[in-house]
Design a protein around this ligand. Structure first.
Ligand SMILES: Nc1ncnc2c1ncn2[C@@H]1O[C@H](COP(=O)(O)OP(=O)(O)OP(=O)(O)O)[C@@H](O)[C@H]1O
Length: 296
């Protein structure tokens, strides 16, 4: 068994390297070959993961923040034979770790690997890129990623929603054309989020219906929002019933095309990073990625 650790020395306020030794010790009983590669710049993690898949590695561990996880997934995903992904979260948001209940404390995440199992999860493809959590159009995702971690752990989904709501209210509506499963709809909205799991942009249990391996894209569109109807949505968001709210359109599909009707340009956000401008072609790749999770 072969494992590769992709370590971003700049992650987690440059603390990532401090976890290297412990991680190697924990992997030793299960893996007879363990290698470490350090990233220096953009796309290193993606290239290292791609090479590892072609060199028959069984496991690739991302020791870094969400940027490193995203690149690692983008390196693993295009291959026929795909190593499992391990996540030692060193970021501020750690979306995928949150969604899969992987400990957010790096020490605990390393300890988890002593007794872990592989889980196959869906990932998505948007234009030529892979994503693990959510593609959004509108200002909400940016806002969500700006919420302080302390606020997050105290308030949970509520903190995200409040941050998001502020941005949604301040953002301009836009007209989109959605094409999915032979249906065509034109909507005036202030936010569109297309996600794989319930942790839409870190919303925790925001969408109770969504499971990381249900083979579906969960499409959530919020119609024009003012303070009044934002406050109406709030209680349903906290209880995970946002889809029942009258200002929200929610459906599932396995692929969708999103284009603008009036605006000339609008950019997307993919898993908290800048994505391509619209139009977007999005599809789900069911159970395409194996991730190490708690064995319980
Ligand atoms: N040795 C390095 N020094 C500085 N930057 C690096 C190095 N290696 C990779 N990077 C850059 O680090 C970024 C990814 O950082 P990281 O994995 O910490 O994600 P993040 O999204 O910044 O995390 P978060 O915002 O959650 O803390 C990428 O843009 C990559 O180009």
């Amino acid at each position: 068994m072969k494992a590769l650790i992709i370590l971003n020395p700049s992650s987690g306020k440059e603390k990532a390297k401090g976890y290297e030794e412990k991680l190697v010790e924990v992997l030793k009983p299960r893996y007879d070959e363990i290698n470490i590669k350090y990233t220096k710049k953009k796309n290193d993690a993606k290239n290292f993961a791609y090479e590892a898949a072609n060199e028959d590695y069984d496991l690739v561990i991302s020791l870094g923040g969400d940027g490193t996880v995203n690149e690692t997934v983008n390196g693993i995903a295009p291959n026929k034979k795909r190593p499992a992904l391990g996540i030692i979260p060193m970021g501020t948001v750690n979306d995928l770790a949150r969604a899969l209940d992987i400990p957010l404390d790096p020490e605990e995440a390393i300890d988890m690997l002593k007794d872990s199992k592989e889980k196959e999860i869906d990932i998505g493809m948007v234009n030529e890129r892979y994503f693990t959590n959510v593609v959004s159009v509108g200002n909400i995702a940016k806002a969500v990623h700006e919420v302080e971690s302390e606020e997050k752990s105290k308030l949970g989904p509520l903190a995200y929603f409040i941050a998001g709501t502020k941005e949604v209210i301040n953002s301009e509506d836009f007209l989109v054309k959605l094409k999915y499963e032979n249906k065509l709809s034109e909507l005036k909205i202030s936010l569109l989020a297309i996600g794989l799991s319930g942790a839409l942009a870190g919303f925790g249990d925001f969408l109770k219906e969504a499971k990381p391996d249900d083979g579906k894209l969960h499409v959530l569109a919020i119609k024009s929002l003012d303070i009044g109807n934002a406050l109406k949505i709030l209680p349903s968001a906290v209880t995970g019933k946002i889809t029942e709210s009258e200002n929200v359109i929610y459906f599932t599909t396995d692929n969708i095309n999103v284009r603008l009707v009036e605006h000339e340009e609008k950019e997307s956000d993919i898993d908290g990073e800048k994505g391509p401008n619209l139009p977007l072609d999005i599809k789900v790749l069911p159970k395409h990625l194996k991730v190490m999770i708690k064995n319980s």
